[in-house]
Ligand binder design. Sequence first.
Ligand code: AMP
Ligand code: FE
Ligand code: FE
Ligand code: ZN
Length: 283
Amino acid sequence: MPSPIDLHTHSSVSDGTETPAQLMRAAVTAGLDVIAITDHDSTAGWTEAIAAASGTGLTVIPGMELSTFFGWKSVHLLAYLFDPLDAGLVAETSRIRDARLKRAENIVQRIAADYDLTWMDVLAQTSVGATVGRPHIADALVARGHVPNRSAAFESILHPRQGYFEPHYAPDPLTAVKLVVAAGGVPVLAHPGTRGRGDVMPEEKLRTLVDAGLFALEVDHRENTPSGKERLRELAAKFGLAQTGSSDYHGEGKPNRLGENTTAPEVLERIVARATGSAPYRG
Ligand code: AMP
Ligand code: FE
Ligand code: FE
Ligand code: ZN
């Protein structure tokens, strides 16, 4: 495949299992031409990723995956090439990370009533300053031998129906799109079709995001269902949105492999042309 472009990956700055430098090396090994580092609610991996890409020929697109909530539904917003020092975005991501930390402590406290698990176990699975999420609690449950792997933890103890779960503060998707655009970035809705065509965001809501500057839908993602993808392609055509594809690689934390879905070079060119907050790093 010529010039594979993967625009959605995670490092240990959030819930990936590889450091940003290891992630860049994995990208070179996987034969990627372009990789976006998109940790949850954090840009803390950008510098290390760029340094590691230097001299490898790999192009790095600095990015982030912002947590948002549309009512009670978690909606993820990918953001590319924004200004990492933008005050509005820095304040909001810091608020989300703080809320995630408190929420993770609450979840652990509830689990600890039934299972041998401490907050220290979770911290031991988390790198300093990382955006803490259920994946880190999953890793602690694996380390304690309660479950065999992350996916098993998500399907059992961490599943909302088990009663240990709680959500965390996050902005509405429209607020998030506006923040990204104000920071000179390009917003793309992440994996919006994971629960089938009937569950994709309502058209009226999507229209508000488009009017605020939403650029694309991440259509080619392993968790979008076939009918979800079909609906997303219809919506992209209707609203004039571009389509991206990506792996959502988390190292060993998920089965997703680098480059398993990719984005067309023309779409990346349009993202780069639109962005004013930062630039791709050609290593
Ligand atoms: P949280 O945002 O803390 O509620 O955790 C959700 C995150 O966990 C998502 O961003 C995914 O990256 C990750 N995740 C969800 N399901 C799984 C799974 N089955 N296995 C591994 N990671 C998962
Ligand atoms: Fe994740
Ligand atoms: Fe996501
Ligand atoms: Zn992701």
